[in-house]
Design a protein around this ligand. Structure first.
Ligand SMILES: Cc1cc2nc3c(=O)[nH]c(=O)nc-3n(C[C@H](O)[C@H](O)[C@H](O)COP(=O)(O)O)c2cc1C
Length: 528
């Protein structure tokens, strides 16, 4: 069942006993993090928290940990099991060309359902209850300082909306935003993300239209474009090296940010979807209902009509500013770097808006449950390219992109390596630092079994493959920012056709007859 908006979702959480309302006064500076971190570390992820008395923010409520358990993740997406979503995706991918009228007629319900994926533009919505063109300040919102050594206060659960200057398609991505002052914030879209590509496309368009170029302009805190920084400036900022020596065309890219959207859309902003697939459609698919959009006041973009808060504005193509450090998903602070600056032109919001946020840090946190949902939902999509994949596990402790364990139906020599290379070529799976490939009879969700197989089945020099490529911007150990090495471990049984000519030993298993005899005598043994 689709949730109409954040308030409807909060009511559902309340009814299900999944929400705690905190009436004691709590500071958005560090205290909300410490409370939420303790709750997130409880075995099932703890309840969602609604802080109703935020210090210095009378009238504001703060929602956190809304996705922070397996049950809430299922509730957010309106399913009893995430496999239902995987099955629906499979159903749509499995379409064969209809033969004859009857088969065409049978496809009509599917086409009708697809009609619900497309967003609908409506004339107005609750996000316009209050429109502030002048009298706004980003710190009117109870933005958290999450960790002691963070560079400041960060908006952590924003749906950042941009339009591809080439195709006109929209993207919704979740990129944190460091609040610099009343009207500016950092726009932390990492270089490989779709928002950053829209930004580069805007630069390409401006450069080809002959817009004057200038060395990157800066607000306070911009690193000077010295000889080394200058060459690398575009690349480091997510801009992409289309201009030498830090020369950047002038111009803007319009951006809108929705905070406190209904949960399917918030989740869709995190999904590593192909760049050309609008997340509004993904949310429509997940909720079986179109997302309603309204036009912005000051930019040519549409935003979810029921969002609690909308920030409208733009980023200058020739302006970068230091962003970070920030206590990140990895459990370590991500280092400061240069990112574009978001300038706010208008804020619209609901009456008594609810500020939705999250914290990231040492796992497990709320994002662990979102990541696990993505793992399940993406399995059928991975199988489109790599049908030999049986199952996948991205352990939470390895922060998802650091380790992927994958089981395969091995059919030919070198198959495990083909799968590794296929994964490194697949969207944001390119970030995967280590891939362990095991045979289909290994349950990848059972880490003991995986360790046993991996440790036993490898001749390290033969079975570990290194390669170079893009790595996550948050990787603090790679040789260069965003570029480093990856490792694949082939922990499958080795075959003679792979050069392994000794016999491969059989796994130890007790025979069924003995097991049954021992079952029958177990009580008499007096061991329990
Ligand atoms: C809580 C949270 C915060 C995130 N912050 C960032 C961020 O600051 N920058 C970034 O590039 N990705 C961030 N991500 C990951 C992106 O949301 C994710 O890669 C998404 O697929 C990007 O969307 P896109 O493919 O449309 O660019 C974050 C994810 C979560 C769950």
């Amino acid at each position: 069942m689709a949730h109409d908006d954040l308030r409807d979702w909060i009511s559902a959480l309340d009814r299900a006993g999944e929400l705690r309302r905190i009436r004691a006064e709590v500071d958005p500076i560090l205290e909300i993090t410490e409370i939420t971190d303790r709750v997130s570390k409880s075995p099932d992820g703890g309840p969602a928290l609604l802080f109703e008395n935020v210090k210095g923010y009378r009238g504001w409520h703060v929602l956190i940990n809304q996705f922070g358990s397996a049950r809430r993740m299922r509730m957010a997406l309106g399913v009893d099991s995430l496999d239902e979503i995987a099955a629906r995706i499979h159903h749509f991918l499995d379409v064969k060309s209809p033969e004859g009228l009857l088969e065409k007629i049978k496809m009509l319900p599917m086409l009708a359902e697809m009609g619900k994926f497309f967003p609908k533009t409506v004339s107005s919505g609750p996000c316009k209850e209050v429109i502030r063109r002048d009298d706004f300040d980003l710190l009117h919102m109870p933005v958290l300082q999450c960790w002691p050594k963070d560079a400041g206060r960060f908006i952590t659960l924003p749906c950042v909306i941009t339009r591809d200057p080439k195709t006109g398609k929209r993207n919704v991505g979740m990129y944190r935003m460091q609040v610099y002052d009343a009207r500016t914030a950092g726009m932390h879209w990492q270089r490989q993300k779709v928002g950053a590509e829209h930004y580069r496309d805007a630069m390409r368009a401006a450069a080809s239209s002959g817009a004057s170029t200038a060395a990157a302009r800066g607000s306070a805190g911009v690193s000077p474009a010295g000889p080394v920084a200058g060459v690398d400036l575009m690349a480091r900022s997510g801009g992409g090296a289309i201009e030498p020596e830090g020369e950047r065309p002038q111009g803007k890219l319009e951006v809108a940010v929705a905070i406190g959207t209904e949960p399917a859309l918030t989740f869709a902003a995190v999904i590593p979807a192909p760049p050309d697939v609008e997340e509004f459609m993904i949310a429509g698919f997940l909720r079986h209902k179109p997302v309603e959009l309204v036009k912005c006041e000051t930019v040519d973009l549409e935003v979810p009509a029921t969002a609690e808060i909308v920030l409208e504005g733009y980023v200058n193509l020739d302006e970068l500013r230091t962003e970070g450090p920030f206590g990140d998903h990895t459990g370590f602070y991500s280092l400061e770097d240069l990112y574009p600056v978001f300038h706010v032109t208008c804020v619209t919001h609901r009456e008594r808006p609810i500020y939705a946020t999250t914290i990231v840090g040492k796992p497990p946190m709320e994002d662990a449950w979102m990541g696990k949902a993505i793992e399940r939902i993406f399995l059928p999509l991975m199988r489109v390219t790599l049908p030999e994949i049986v199952d996948v596990n991205l352990p939470v402790e390895a922060v998802f992109h650091n380790l992927m364990i994958v089981s395969i139906r091995k059919s030919y020599p070198g198959h495990a390596r083909k799968v590794m290379n296929g994964i490194w070529a697949m969207g944001q799976a390119m970030f995967t630092k280590c891939i362990v490939v095991v045979d289909e009879d290994c349950d990848v969700q059972d880490l003991r079994e995986v360790v046993l197989r991996t440790a036993n089945h490898i001749d390290p020099e033969r079975d570990i493959q290194f390669t170079l490529g893009p790595v996550d911007s948050l990787d603090h150990s790679s040789r260069l920012p965003n570029f480093g090495s990856k490792m694949g471990i082939d922990a499958t049984r080795k075959w003679p056709t792979e050069g392994f000519t000794r016999p491969w030993p059989e796994e130890i298993r007790m025979d069924e007859a003995t097991k049954r005899r021992v079952d029958a005598m177990w009580k008499k043994l007096g061991i329990d």
